[in-house]
Design a protein. Structure first.
Length: 194
């Protein structure tokens, strides 16, 4: 079946509406790629695909979820393709490049962005989560997508999404509880002993 391309005013309306989601898509791309240049490329590819296939978008449905689905599918395809490529890495050069002035890790754009929006302990705990759990928790608790939307974006059953969010939140709670317990001293006479 041949679909006609949208009229210029329809295309302009679609573009304006889609570009409203540029910043949140970029933030999610940063969480996925952990690299500013890769995140910019991922968002650019997402919008190219969205604009190219705008005639497939059903007006009146959730444009935000549609764009996030394109973003996640593009990212997943890139990771799959990258895993097939062999890469030679000079570990010594990588370590030197990653080291800051005093041999400490350099701040990445993601670290700077997250530091300005999240508590340091929460940021550290979230970064330590495995990818699948971090992704699900981020999409639900930060981006506020529904379970069904997340399942469609990640191409997994809704039960898997629910499980990942539950387990991810539990892991976050345990990590944050452990860091809080390490900070708060326990009195020597805890439990009422004399």
């Amino acid at each position: 079946m041949f679909r006609r391309s949208p009229a210029p005013s329809d295309a302009e309306d679609f573009s304006a509406e889609a570009l409203q989601f540029l910043e949140p898509l970029f933030a999610t791309a940063m969480r996925l790629t952990r690299n500013r240049a890769d995140a910019e490329d991922l968002v650019q590819d997402t919008f190219v695909k969205a604009f190219r296939h705008s005639n497939q978008f059903s007006r009146g449905t959730n444009l935000r979820a549609w764009l996030y689905t394109i973003l996640h599918n593009t990212w997943r395809n890139r990771r799959r393709d990258a895993s097939r490529d062999t890469v030679e890495v000079d570990s010594e050069q990588v370590e030197l490049a990653a080291a800051g002035p005093a041999g400490e890790p350099a701040d990445t754009p993601e670290r700077i962005l997250m530091r300005s929006t999240l508590d340091a302990d929460l940021q550290a705990a979230l970064d330590e989560l495995p990818d699948a759990f971090r992704q699900a928790v981020w999409l639900r608790d930060v981006e506020e997508f529904t379970y069904a939307e997340i399942a469609e974006m990640l191409n997994v059953p809704i039960g898997t999404v629910m499980s990942r969010i539950s387990r991810g939140r539990r892991m976050l709670f345990e990590k944050l509880s452990a860091s809080t317990a390490a900070i708060v001293p326990v009195p020597a006479e805890a439990g009422g002993r004399r």
